[in-house]
Design a binder for this molecule. Structure first.
Ligand code: F6P
Length: 340
């Protein structure tokens, strides 16, 4: 019978996990739901006989021997908190092969048998690099608001970030309507238009500008003009920060010239990354945390645990960043039709 939470058919019941020490860390940009995920790893890991060790400060924490023993009680009252109580980081030293070798030696000295890391593409790359020099098991969990990892429909924190952006855009719509203004609203997404597309649909935006598709400002200007002719008051254009044509400020200057009226800019920034995780992020984080524990117990290695079409799946680490997650073209077309 499969696990009731993640549905994955595990073989851990037949395996001995006595004294197996598993380290867990968060790395790169934090995302709401990381705490819920750590909690699931610690509680389910402990109940199935694992000893879970937290690493403070991401991969750098391994090099600095920042280890803390985690018990089911030490993760009480964190499921609802944004950020990550283990703290996070981007380690220069760990990026170099010498750093990875030193990390492997430290993990061996600490008798760690497996490492679970929650983060984005940089975290998956870090785990894969460590795997080349370390014998322990490495398991990744997607935790990034950008939702740009191949191998999972959604990553931890994405839903909260979209809801954070949405509540800001709803407020901007009020003032935009009051003046019949054009607003360009910049959301996060270094290489991905996932936040922009979802928040664009959910906020009823007139256009989204994302790195996955070429940006045609003339066409957007034409859409603004025709909307006006049909009585539309305000126009909201959601811009992914990583768009190839430029950021919202650059695009607003060009659109201002094309339309002959000043276009306003709002950069939402880090507000998107904080706050209490939504119920969807807490549940996803829990399922993926349990999936990672079961992966360790069944001896899986060098994979990221994700959720695709409601099922827990495992993807080789390297594919998570070498394969591109396709943007939903249908959603893009629908957004344009809805705004026409
Ligand atoms: O977490 C992903 C992300 O939010 C990107 O969208 C953004 O560009 C980046 O992190 C910025 O984060 P930092 O300033 O922490 O590097």
């Amino acid at each position: 019978m499969g696990c009731p939470l993640c549905g994955y058919l595990f073989i851990c019941e037949t395996m001995s996990s006595d004294d197996m020490r598993v380290a867990v860390l968060t790395s790169g940009g934090d995302s709401p739901g990381m705490n819920a995920c750590i909690r699931a790893v610690v509680r389910v890991g402990s109940s199935r006989g694992l000893q879970v060790i937290g690493v403070i400060g991401g991969f750098e924490g391994i090099l600095d021997r920042q280890f803390v023993e985690l018990t089911p009680r030490s993760v009480a009252r964190i499921i609802h908190r944004g950020g990550t109580f283990l703290t996070t980081g981007r380690s220069e030293e760990f990026r170099a092969p010498e750093g990875q070798e030193r990390a492997a030696a430290v993990l061996d000295e600490e008798r760690i048998g497996a490492l679970i890391a929650i983060g984005g593409d940089g975290t998956m790359q870090g785990l894969a690099a460590l795997k080349r020099v370390w014998d322990g098991l490495v398991i990744g969990i997607p935790g990034t608001i950008d939702n740009d990892l191949y191998g999972t429909d959604f990553s931890i924190g994405f839903d909260t970030a979209v809801n954070n952006a949405l509540s800001a855009i709803d407020k901007i719509r009020d003032t935009a309507d009051a003046y019949a203004r054009v607003f360009l609203i910049e959301v996060m997404g270094r290489r991905s238009g996932e936040i922009a597309l979802h928040v664009g649909i959910a906020s009823g935006a007139e256009a989204v500008v994302i790195p996955e598709t070429p940006t045609d400002l003339e066409a957007i200007a034409a859409r603004v003009r025709s909307g006006r002719r049909r009585g539309r008051k305000s126009t909201i254009i959601v811009v992914a920060e990583g768009d190839e044509a430029g950021d919202a400020t650059t695009l607003a200057a060009r659109l201002t010239e094309l339309l002959g009226e000043r276009c306003r800019v709002s950069v939402l920034g880090y507000i998107q990354r904080g706050g209490n995780p939504t119920h969807l992020d807490r549940v996803l984080a829990t399922r993926l945390g349990v999936g990672a524990v079961e992966a360790v117990l069944s001896g899986r290695d060098a994979v990221m645990v994700g959720e695709v079409s409601g099922k827990i799946v495992f993807t080789p680490l390297e594919q998570t960043w070498t394969r591109r997650k396709p943007i939903d073209r249908w959603m893009l077309e629908v957004l344009e039709e809805l705004a026409s």
